[in-house]
Design a protein around this ligand. Structure first.
Ligand SMILES: Cc1cc2nc3c(=O)[nH]c(=O)nc-3n(C[C@H](O)[C@H](O)[C@H](O)COP(=O)(O)O)c2cc1C
Length: 373
């Protein structure tokens, strides 16, 4: 079911390092979808610092959310690891970008609920309350777990249930984590949130307010050049054309750019993904390709990326082994980076394609279309 067809749409927004919070997020989403007509959308918050762990993770394919889109849902479940009795830095950083939503009262009355993955569990209730402070300032309606589901969990092992929201005790013995009991409570929490979200949706409708489930394409208020500095991104020198073509072409307000993984005149990690090139190397090549595109885009935009209105479409071609099917995971490197830099305006449509060869044995080629202001 997609967002438009459902009665209500609830966002499950998480951050994770080891995957514990992601597993809870999936259980919360399952609980939401048990409520008739409810759809859950799973998204993660962007990382402040790139992950040092380079192994592929099951949550790599989950898209990043933008702060602005929070207003478009009927309810939001927030999930994060417990870090020193608090939410994670990535989640804190994301919530700090919701100032515009706050001053414009966009989240007022919208139901919210919090779940967290802990180690020993030290400070886990305080950590949930650290979310609650922020959500209360937004005027959101807090949905706690109370004692729901506690009668049905195995009490012979430590469990992460709290009255405020589900937690998981990743460092506790007696079970794989999250435990069955922790996942059960997470699912009930999702259901309870969906119920509240339905109420919110009905009240909004009775007041004649449109459901916000339409993502607008407002011009971002962020300064893109400052954002690049914040993310420690230096754009490469614009590559030279190596044939009878232009680096970019502007038609109307659209800019068309195509690039491979050139870095300092050489292809970064050339070869076939899956045999000669690892997925991690392919991701690095994909990131380099996108940076080349942005460097050209800057030129096309008169030397200032703030003149870019939005990303429109990315098409990624990957030089792959016959059996390779994880193109989307590699392509996310480019997609996520665009959204991290441009926010909502970085969202784009996308295609990913496997190829039996690519120019100069580049493991990736990207075609990109942007719109200028
Ligand atoms: C910087 C840091 C601080 C942490 N602080 C706490 C803490 O205060 N209490 C606790 O129970 N676990 C703490 N942990 C452990 C994490 O909460 C735990 O590993 C959690 O399961 C990670 O979630 P994830 O699997 O979604 O990444 C901390 C971990 C880190 C890296």
């Amino acid at each position: 079911m997609n967002k438009e067809q459902s009665n209500i749409c609830v966002l499950v927004l998480f951050n994770t390092t080891n995957g514990g919070t992601y597993k809870l997020a999936k259980a919360v989403a399952e609980g939401i979808e048990k409520f008739p007509g409810a759809t859950a959308v799973l998204k993660q918050v962007p990382h402040v610092k790139p992950r040092t762990d380079k192994d592929a993770k099951p949550f790599d394919t989950i898209p990043y959310a933008t702060a602005d889109e929070l207003k478009d849902y009927d309810g939001i479940a927030f999930g994060s690891p417990v870090h020193f009795g608090n939410m994670s830095t990535d989640m804190r950083n994301f919530l700090d970008q919701t100032i515009d939503l706050w001053t414009n009262h966009k989240l007022e009355g919208k139901p919210a609920s919090v779940f967290m993955s802990a180690g020993s569990g030290a400070g886990r209730e305080a950590a949930i309350l650290s979310f609650w402070n922020t959500l209360a300032i937004h005027g959101m309606l807090l949905v706690p777990t109370g004692i729901m589901g506690t009668g049905e969990i195995d009490k012979t092992i430590p469990q992460g249930n709290t009255a405020f929201g589900t937690t998981s005790l990743a460092g506790a013995p007696g079970s794989e984590r999250p435990s069955k009991g922790e996942l059960h409570i997470a699912s009930l929490q999702g259901y309870a949130l969906a119920k509240a979200a339905k109420g919110y949706n009905l009240v909004q409708a009775s007041l004649g307010k449109t459901n916000n489930n339409i993502v607008t394409q407002e011009t971002p208020k962020i300064d893109i050049e400052a954002r690049l500095k914040e993310l420690n991104i230096t754009l490469p020198e614009t590559p030279k054309p190596v044939g009878n073509y232009k680096l970019y072409k502007i038609s109307g307000n659209l800019v068309f750019i195509n690039q491979v993984a050139l870095k300092n005149g050489k292809i970064e990690h050339p070869g076939k993904i899956g045999t000669q090139v690892t997925e991690e190397q392919a991701k690095e090549a994909t990131k380099q390709t996108l940076l080349n595109i942005l460097s050209i885009l800057k030129q096309a935009a008169g030397g200032d990326l703030n003149n870019v209105k939005q990303a429109v479409q990315l098409t990624g071609f990957f030089y792959t082994d016959d059996n390779y099917t994880r193109h989307a995971v590699v392509m996310n490197e480019a997609s996520n980076l665009l959204v991290e830099i441009f926010g909502e305006s970085g969202m784009h449509t996308r295609a990913t394609i496997g190829a039996i060869s690519l120019p100069l044995a580049s493991s990736v080629e990207i075609q990109a279309i942007f719109e200028l202001k």
